[in-house]
Ligand binder design. Structure first.
Ligand SMILES: Nc1nc2c(ncn2[C@@H]2O[C@H](COP(=O)(O)OP(=O)(O)OP(=O)(O)O)[C@@H](O)[C@H]2O)c(=O)[nH]1
Ligand SMILES: [Mg+2]
Length: 312
């Protein structure tokens, strides 16, 4: 792919990403055409604030530059507490810049009208259109952002700092079950080894019986646990190797196709929900006094009048 793509127009890409980051989700959906013919490999990095995601994303990107054109998108949380994080990310990540094949962009979710993660799909499709071979996406692993990130990436890495004791407890039920790879980060800290053991124990519990073709849909992939540290290049190589191993598994198991299909379902569902929401929000109080059946018929009629891809 990288051999065929025209030179990267950084300015045009930057403008396109800014535009999508700043429009309402309904408008982003309306502007979307058909999915690009080729798609970048998408690697997600998620985890609690301060887990070391940006640092790790940068190291991973550097170690994978030989794969072709590589992008890093960092989506920052809206929380005013982390107000400095956007600039922080940029400084740390820009240390790596200078490579022709590398494009790094950090976003503040604050700037979007209804949550930047809502437009993640369109941001990633833009990267596809600009001929990227791989894109690393950083999101903070909480709530809705997580759901969006999970659907959008091929391989999801959960970044866990060594001192995240309670976090692991809290995440047991949700995110831990959807992560493909666990990175116990800041492995230079003494508590990392203990955290790795704890995480492996949880994986053993949640993935019991997943080590064969048990037909459970996740069949055969037991998430590996990798100890990573900014100061240890070998640990980044190991993480990168697990990403490749997961890619191979996705292909061989048919899960790749299943995820691509899930992504398309998700897009269409979002399109429908957003349009329905806009129509419903516009209705006056009197509308809701009508019999329910009539409300539904009216709503469906209005949806039916939408041009393909359009928004009322
Ligand atoms: N000891 C140690 N500290 C690290 C390592 N990697 C990152 N840090 C530090 O951890 C802090 C947070 O790093 P970031 O990479 O900004 O973490 P993040 O998860 O992207 O943070 P947010 O985007 O704000 O959620 C910084 O002070 C880093 O210097 C590591 O391998 N070891
Ligand atoms: Mg960050």
């Amino acid at each position: 792919m990288s051999g065929v793509a025209p030179p990267l127009d950084r300015r045009a890409l930057g403008l396109a990403l800014t535009r999508i980051a700043n429009i309402r989700s309904a408008d982003a959906l309306a502007a979307a055409g058909d999915p690009p013919a080729t798609q970048a490999r998408r690697i997600g990095l998620t985890g609690a604030p301060g887990a070391g995601k940006s640092t790790l994303a940068g190291r991973l990107a550097l170690s994978r530059l030989d794969r072709g054109r590589l992008g890093v998108l960092a989506i920052d949380p809206t929380s005013p507490k982390t107000g400095g994080a956007i600039l922080g990310d940029r400084i740390r990540m820009d240390d790596l810049a200078g490579s022709e094949n590398l494009f790094i962009r950090s976003f503040g979710s604050r700037s979007a009208a209804d949550g930047l993660t809502d437009n993640l799909h369109e941001l990633l499709e833009t990267m596809d259109r600009f001929g990227f071979d791989e894109v690393i996406v950083e999101t903070v692993g909480v709530g809705q952002a997580e759901v969006a990130a999970r659907t959008q990436v091929d391989t999801l890495i959960l970044v866990i700092p060594p001192d995240a004791g309670d976090v692991v407890q809290a995440m047991k039920a949700g995110i831990m079950e959807v992560a493909d790879i666990f990175a116990i980060n800041k492995a230079d800290m003494p508590s990392a080894a203990k955290m790795a053991i704890e995480v492996k124990r949880i994986i053993a519990l949640t993935h019991r019986g997943h080590d064969g073709n048990d037909g459970d849909g996740g069949g055969g992939w037991v998430p590996p646990v990798v100890l990573t540290s900014q100061a240890d290049p070998d640990s980044i190589v190991q993480l990168s190797a697990q990403v490749d191993r997961h890619a191979e598994w996705l292909r061989a198991s048919g899960e790749q196709a299943a995820r691509a299909l899930a992504r398309r379902r998700y897009w269409l569902r979002r399109w429908l929900e957003r349009n329905a929401q806009q129509i419903i929000d516009r209705e006056p109080a009197a509308f809701f006094e009508m019999p329910r059946a009539q409300q539904m018929t009216t709503l469906l009629e209005q949806l039916g009048r939408l041009p393909g891809g359009g928004v009322v």
